[in-house]
Design a protein around this ligand. Structure first.
Ligand code: NAD
Length: 342
């Protein structure tokens, strides 16, 4: 088992990565502990919830909305939750985003922790304290930044995860290698096949390395004014592609990373061989490297993205594998460069 700690001001979040963390480990709370559990996780791991008080959360992004937050809060009232209650979100990014938001606002905030059950959740969504819901199709428009007491990345729970979801989460792992850690990137290039075959020690290594990078970046920039923007590598275009096509988040990010690398080559920052290596590992992992959507459609959708500010956009580009930077670019120039790529 690996243990990492996220320090923000005087708050510490303990992040554990290993097998059989839940329900073996104790959760210390003043009041009652209520688990909010992804329905598919429950179906696969029913026995772990025996004797616990829990609420099931249906699967699907459409539940990440204020109307469903109200429904969850009503269920908490029915269970006589109060200010001393402690909420534990058990699931992927959908559940941790929702539960973090509910715990931050229910009775003006109660304690909470996460048991993260998807690869994407373990390396990304559960770490960093961004909790929120969507509004009218716009992702994460409503939310707070508040850190959980703990995050357990339970590698036993991940065993039941659909292979497509695992591969989608793997895109975020590739992202960490590409933006910050060339050694991790080299490791992924060599071992992607065994990782995706779920070899525990390899999963533990990539989750730990990825979580450590996210912790480092979040600690240096909680509110996303500086380095945290680097985490958006592949996401600016990826979000637009996800919205247009409905493919999985990691799949859209994979295409977004390929496009961002191509842009980096075109603008003279990145060598062609490095861009080809990135594309190569993405493709070999079974992730898509292109979309049938037109660049016009992608750009139009991107214009509506909430991270847009004024006529400039901060695109995350690469100097080399392991070294990303924010490239401020005028929307018109970006549009031209993107259209020229095809
Ligand atoms: N807060 C952040 O910083 C942050 C970062 C990245 C993504 N996100 C959010 O995360 C969400 C996506 O998260 P996700 O990819 O984990 O998807 P998810 O939570 O929707 O889970 C994907 C699917 O896997 C199922 N599932 C989860 N764990 C399982 C398990 N162990 N066994 C079997 N099935 C399981 C779920 O029921 C669901 O059908 C999006 O809403 C995204 O906006 C948040």
């Amino acid at each position: 088992m690996q243990e990492l700690t996220l320090h923000i001001d005087d708050h510490r979040t303990s992040i554990l990565i290993g097998r059989n963390l839940f329900p073996q480990r104790d959760i210390k709370a003043e009041g009652k502990v209520i688990y909010l559990v992804d329905v598919n996780v429950y179906q696969h791991h029913k026995e772990k919830f025996e004797g616990l008080q829990f609420i099931l959360i249906p699967s699907g992004e459409k539940y990440k909305c204020l109307a469903y937050v109200e429904e969850l809060m009503r269920k908490l009232v029915d269970l006589e939750a109060d200010r001393t209650s402690f909420l534990v979100g058990v699931g992927g990014g959908l559940v941790t985003d929702l539960v973090g938001f509910v715990a931050s606002t229910f009775m003006r905030g109660v304690g909470f922790g996460f048991i993260s059950t998807t690869l994407l959740g373990q390396v990304d969504a559960s770490i960093g304290g961004k909790n929120g819901v969507n509004l009218d199709g716009f992702k994460n428009m409503i939310g707070v930044i508040r850190q959980p007491s703990f995050v357990w990345c339970d590698l036993t729970m991940i065993e039941s995860l659909d292979q497509g979801e695992l591969v989608s989460g793997f895109a975020e792992v590739i992202k960490y290698g590409a933006i910050r850690d060339r050694k991790l990137f080299d490791f992924l290039e060599e071992n992607y096949s065994s990782v995706l075959d779920r070899k525990t020690e390899l999963l533990e290594r990539i989750v730990t390395d990825s979580a450590a990078i996210k912790i480092d970046i979040v600690e240096s920039d909680v509110t996303e004014l500086g380095d945290r923007k680097l985490l958006n590598f592949g996401h600016t275009l990826g979000h637009a592609i996800e919205k247009l096509t409905g493919i999985l988040h990691g799949e859209a990010v994979a295409i977004g990373m390929v496009l961002a690398a191509e842009l980096s080559v075109k603008l003279g920052y990145l060598g062609r061989d490095e861009a080809d290596r990135l594309r190569g590992v993405i493709e070999a992992s079974g992730l898509p490297v292109e979309t049938d959507q037109s660049m016009e459609a992608i750009f139009e959708t991107l214009l509506k993205d909430k991270k847009r500010s004024g006529i400039h956009l901060g695109m995350i580009l690469l100097h080399s594998l392991g070294d990303a930077f924010v490239h401020k670019i005028e929307l018109e120039s970006l549009k031209k460069a993107l259209y020229d790529l095809h």
